[in-house]
Design a protein around this ligand. Sequence first.
Ligand SMILES: [Zn+2]
Length: 242
Amino acid sequence: MNPGPADAAIDQAVAWLLSPDAEGPLLATGDSAAVIERVQSLAACRRMTEGVPCGTCSGCRGLTPDILRVSGAEKPISIATIRFLRTQLALFPLADRRLVILEHAESLTPSAGHAVLKLLEDAPPTARFLLTATLPGRLLPTIRSRCRQLRVPPAAAATLPPIRLPLPTGIGILAAVDSVQAETAAIIGDYLLEHVRRSGPTPAARLALLRLRDYYRVAATGGNVRLATEVLLASLLPFAHS
Ligand SMILES: [Zn+2]
């Protein structure tokens, strides 16, 4: 099999996991799903042969307290979750190696972020912390600076076709748009997240996501939806058919 673009990053993550020395936290950015899968399967197995998980031990069947995985994909990661992690780490201190995975760490709430920082400072040397973030700029700088960063390239060098929305091309048409239907907003959100997944958080995508967030906020609070819509649509022009 030809090496994929992410293979070098996966190798680095594996070396980090299996290092006999204490290793600081690793922050994987970009297309980190394959890194998580590989690191988790290696950390789980109790009867690995030459770097290959056995597939049958209790760890491989998912029955291990040695892996703690939390994802912020659906909702923000709360301080309660981090406190739970802390108790879990304290409960089983004898394992050879503990792996804590914090997926989408940019969605840590501020208080949870500070709790994670404390956790990183106090963690036993056998613990490995793998953080992933699509938008690492949203992490606490103090967390970022503690982590070794690993940029994972997209699995395939694919770019999205232009967004298929009836996008206005001029201010006159923009002004005629009264509102974006909820369904359209959801399509815009999916499109932007897919764009970020494939191409990383480009400045245009970041801006559009901020505008989309503003749009939702304004729509939820009964603000000036028309203005928010215009601003949102304008931010999408870099993604539209030219
Ligand atoms: Zn196994």
